[in-house]
Design a protein around this ligand. Structure first.
Ligand code: UD1
Ligand code: CA
Length: 451
């Protein structure tokens, strides 16, 4: 039997009150993407169809975030949070007619890997009717405990609040992720789930005991605790971030990049890093960044939505903002900020500079303290600097303005008009000297002082 038609339902209707946040829990970010997006990506990578996401009333932003990952998703609204079984019921229009298995996942377990979901599909292939991902918890508090019969078969799940003291001592726990052989079987189990328990909720976990009563095959796939960490608080969010960063660093190093002090570099879920890249300590990389082969990022840089071409060097202390595109062998040095600008091959912007809404031609040299004045308080304007141009230190280029190829801007100029190719533009007060002025003043002041 092939599992290609497996379908996933992701529950995300809970408010996540322990986050103490105006933002719904599953929209809190890990490595630059909402937790929910990580779950959706793992589902896709496992070859499972992303069927639907269950949200609460008024949680349009959660639906939007899900749709931005996959526009084909169905968003279901669970009117009242009556429990996880009720949430799955809310999504039943999404799976009722499905021919393959149905997986139920929670939006707050963002570290789940596709490999583990594939192992679950494998158990279904091998004949299981209901599969639960379980894990051995150091501290099982708050989790449902897995119960086994005398033959070692999964017999049920007991929620913490309903557990006896002996059951609470068990440490093999429910991750929350469950798979059902068929939509029909899931619907039949859901119909039998009641709310006669400590919380008065409809627990999806009751499906396990009901399945056993119906003589169905129940199995557990074990995962490590880290992978199924449920994020309920800011502290758990930080723990999950640490795990995510460790994974990203490991894969980036495995691809041939050197991280001098790996634990000080922060990546995003989509950071692309080539070979023979060196990243020095204390670098933060936001979403949408591509770093090609042979790039050096020196210490203390902040980079987001930027492309860095092969052999380029950036930093120390540089900031690349969205739309910064550095071509091959470009140099961006210390205390330089670049936004929405192309820096062509071999161009140098080495010190104390702001380049925004601009293009810099190949091999141009931008002197220390150059500012592109791109904003007049109302709109943004472009600055175009030609190939091989030389911008003297401390120049202001008031956009919109074009500096031709090979042109030369004298230091300290304020440039408000286009400069033709190969011309010199000087725009600063001419220098004036007063012979002997300093000596005269000094002599006078010294005399007054000694009186
Ligand atoms: C649940 C499991 C527990 C498991 C734990 C793992 C049940 C009854 N218990 O407990 O066995 O060990 O997860 O983390 O399933 N949700 C809805 N609608 C609801 C209720 C919940 O969409 O009415 C969603 C939440 O947004 C969340 C997920 O379901 O994504 C789990 O709900 P939560 O309240 O966090 O369950 P736990 O008490 O953690
Ligand atoms: Ca939870």
């Amino acid at each position: 039997m092939t599992q290609s038609s497996a379908l996933a339902i992701i529950l995300a209707a809970g408010k996540g009150t322990r986050m103490k946040s105006a933002l719904p829990k599953v929209l809190h970010r890990l490595a630059g993407a909402p937790m929910l997006a990580h779950v959706l990506r793992a589902v896709e990578a496992a070859g499972v169809v992303r069927g639907g996401v269950v949200v609460g009333p008024g949680m349009e932003d959660v639906g939007q975030a899900a749709l931005s990952v996959d526009p084909k998703l169905d968003i279901f609204i669970q009117p009242d949070q009556l429990g996880t079984a009720d949430a799955v019921k809310a999504a039943s229009p999404g799976f009722e007619g499905a021919s393959g298995p149905v997986l139920v996942l929670y939006g707050d377990t963002p570290l789940l890997r596709a490999e583990t979901l594939k192992a679950v599909l494998g158990e279904l292939d091998a004949g299981a009717d209901l599969v639960v991902i379980g894990f051995e918890a150091d501290d099982p508090t708050g989790y449902g405990r897995l119960l086994f019969d005398a033959h070692g078969r999964l017999a049920g799940i007991r929620e913490e609040k309903d557990a006896t003291a002996a059951e609470r001592a068990l440490t093999l726990c429910n991750s929350g992720i469950m798979a059902f052989r068929s939509a029909k079987m899931l619907s039949a189990l859901l119909a039998q789930i009641g709310n006669d328990n400590a919380k008065g909720e409809f627990y999806l976990t009751d499906a396990v005991a009901l399945a056993r009563n119906a003589d169905l095959q129940t199995r557990v796939v074990l995962s490590n605790a880290e992978e199924v960490l449920g994020v309920n608080s800011r502290a758990e969010l930080a723990t999950a971030e640490a795990v995510m960063q460790r994974r990203l660093r490991a894969s980036i190093m495995a691809n041939g990049a050197t991280l001098v002090v790996p634990e000080t570099v922060v990546f995003s879920y989509d950071t692309s890093v080539g070979r023979d890249v060196t990243i020095e300590p204390n670098v933060v990389i936001g979403p949408g960044v591509t770093i090609e082969d042979g790039v050096t990022i020196r210490a203390f840089c902040h980079i987001e939505s930027a492309k860095i071409g092969p052999g380029a060097t950036v930093g120390p202390f540089a900031r690349l903002r969205p739309g910064a595109v550095l071509a091959k062998d470009a140099h961006v040095g210390n205390f330089v900020e670049i936004k929405n600008a192309d820096v062509a091959e071999g161009a140098k912007v080495n010190h104390l500079t702001y380049i925004g809404d601009a293009s810099i031609g190949a091999k141009a040299n931008i002197g220390a303290g150059t500012i592109t004045c791109n904003y007049d308080g109302f709109a943004k304007y472009r600055t175009e600097i030609g190939a091989g141009a030389f911008i003297g230190s401390n120049s202001s280029l008031v956009a919109p303005v074009k500096i031709g190829d090979g042109a030369y801007i004298a230091s300290g100029s304020v440039i408000t008009k286009d400069v033709p190719a190969d011309a010199l533009a000087v725009s600063r007060p001419p220098q004036e000297e007063r012979e002997g002025w300093a000596a005269k003043v000094r002599a006078k002041r010294t005399r007054n002082k000694s009186k």
